[in-house]
Ligand binder design. Structure first.
Ligand code: G3P
Length: 478
């Protein structure tokens, strides 16, 4: 059955006056599964007007009132977990098990966000701690909402990475304009259907879907938007940063996370973590391990272990619970294949993989990758993992930091002092010691440096980024 996505504006589901829709094709069923509305700019204006009006009242409600709506939303997501997960599977080709965990993780995220906000308090300051100041001045510092938040989410976690923007925005007293990636918009719509059941005030959350060419820049430059939270590709993030003027911005972009394996690492454990880090959901995660920097003295052993692990990965349809699934579209698969071909043409050795059927790329391990090859630097967002052999920690740090990206890094070693010494020098938002690169647990700060983003996410950080401090000064007659 085809899913007919609608806009959600002022608490109502409606078709766009444009009369146009965008077809959504499943990346593994290879047939249309539904469509979403192509909104007009005028309808975007209306959605933002409604959001502005609703936000003013919402900001006046108590935290407990806001919390009760968010808890209901989390409950509704879980009550509809199977249905939502099935749409995620069909739309973005993620296994049902992973899609279901995405829904559970989202409900957990929403609840934790509420609890975090309930325990965030402002501070007060007396004037007399500054030279010449007086006790009669008391500053009350509180967090206030920013207004209307534009939340733009990517295809790979169409529910979780959307809710991780909506929940902190809402609990903090903001309204939201939610623009999902078009591939992912049906899953986003299901998430909003659950939110609708939670009885939020009309106009507080509005779902807009449409063509980037019509509404992309229009939304970002819109005077009614007070904050933008974007997760997606680095090129789009950069474009967005140039277009948005004087609007607080949080960007979570691409990565080229290195898995660093020292000569003293537990190689079996490192191999397991690297495989899970690199190949889950076919590597379509910004936090995937996207290159291995291994000491030459243990490289042969590690490569053999990785090969053994890769050959056990289930490849195929997400309906069979496969780890390696067809990529989101043919364009993405062509890009990954281009990186593999470039490496092979320049002398990289195919250890396993380099097989392709349409957009299904088998997990591919390439050894003896050098700095001349594109795969050493570019982000595949697919199941192609380069092995770069190194001879020292200094070389590891130099290669790790030569990347345009700086999301995360993993260091595998039994020497905790060395691990810290390397971690201190790695330019990344987070360094994992003896574990795979990953965003969770979701209350940890999640930060990208360089081309990987700006600002910080993670539950508390997201609430902070969607609020600002406001100071009220009492001048007492003491
Ligand atoms: O690709 C987006 C990123 O947030 C992935 O999250 O939890 O799989 O590391 P996670």
């Amino acid at each position: 059955m085809l899913l007919a996505g609608e806009l959600y504006i002022n608490g109502e589901w409606k078709k766009s006056k444009s009369g146009q829709t965008i077809e959504i094709t499943s990346p593994y069923l290879y047939e249309p599964i539904g469509n979403v509305q192509a909104i007009t700019q005028k309808e975007v204006d209306e959605a933002i007007d409604f959001a502005q009006a609703a936000q003013k009242e919402w900001a006046q409600t108590s935290l407990q009132q806001r919390a009760s709506h968010l808890y209901k939303w989390a409950d509704a997501l879980l009550a509809n977990q199977e249905k939502i997960a099935t749409v995620i599977m069909h739309e973005v080709g993620k296994s049902l098990k992973d899609a279901k965990s995405e829904v559970t993780r989202t409900a957990d995220f929403i609840r934790y966000t509420v609890e975090e906000a309930l325990h965030m308090h402002g501070e007060s300051m007396r004037g007399d701690s500054f030279p010449g100041g007086s006790k009669s001045k008391v500053a009350i510092v509180e967090r206030v909402p920013l207004g209307v938040v534009l939340a733009i989410s990517p295809f790979n976690y169409p529910v979780n990475l959307a809710a991780s923007k909506l929940a902190p925005a809402l609990i903090a007293g903001n309204a939201v304009i939610f623009k999902p990636a078009t591939q992912g918009a049906l899953s986003g719509t299901k998430m909003i259907e659950a939110l609708h059941q939670a009885g939020f005030p009309k106009g507080l959350v509005n779902l807009v879907t449409g063509k980037g060419s019509v509404i992309g820049d229009y939304l970002v430059e819109h005077k009614g938007i007070n904050m933008i939270s974007f997760t997606g590709g680095t090129d789009t993030g950069l474009h967005l940063a140039k277009k948005s003027a004087m609007v607080p911005l949080v960007l979570e972009l691409g990565g080229k996370d290195p898995g660093i394996v020292r000569q003293d690492a537990d190689l079996q454990e490192a191999a397991k973590q690297i495989i899970s880090g690199a190949f889950s959901y076919s590597g379509q995660r910004c936090t995937a391990i996207k290159r291995v920097l291994v000491h030459e003295s243990v490289a042969d052993e590690l490569v053999a272990l990785l090969k053994g692990e890769i050959e056990q990965l289930v490849v195929g349809s997400p309906e069979n619970g496969s780890t390696i699934v067809p990529l989101i579209d043919d364009k993405s698969a062509n890009f990954v294949q281009g990186l593999i071909d470039d490496a092979v043409n320049k002398g990289a050795v195919v250890v396993t993989g380099n097989q392709r059927k349409q957009n299904l790329i088998h997990p591919t391990l390439l050894d003896h990758v050098t700095e001349e090859m594109r795969l050493a630097w570019e982000e595949p967002f697919g199941p192609a993992l380069p092995i770069i052999r190194v001879s020292s920690d200094e070389q590891v740090i130099a290669i790790a930091n030569a990347s345009e990206f700086g999301l995360q890094a993993s260091i595998f070693t039994k020497d905790i002092d060395k691990a810290f010494a390397i971690a201190n020098q790695i330019e990344a938002g987070a360094v994992q010691i003896n574990g795979r690169t990953e965003r969770g647990p979701d209350h940890f700060p999640f930060i990208g440096t360089k081309g990987s983003g700006m600002g910080a996410q993670g539950i508390r950080k997201s609430i902070e980024s969607m609020t600002r401090e406001k100071v009220t000064v009492l001048n007492l007659a003491l």
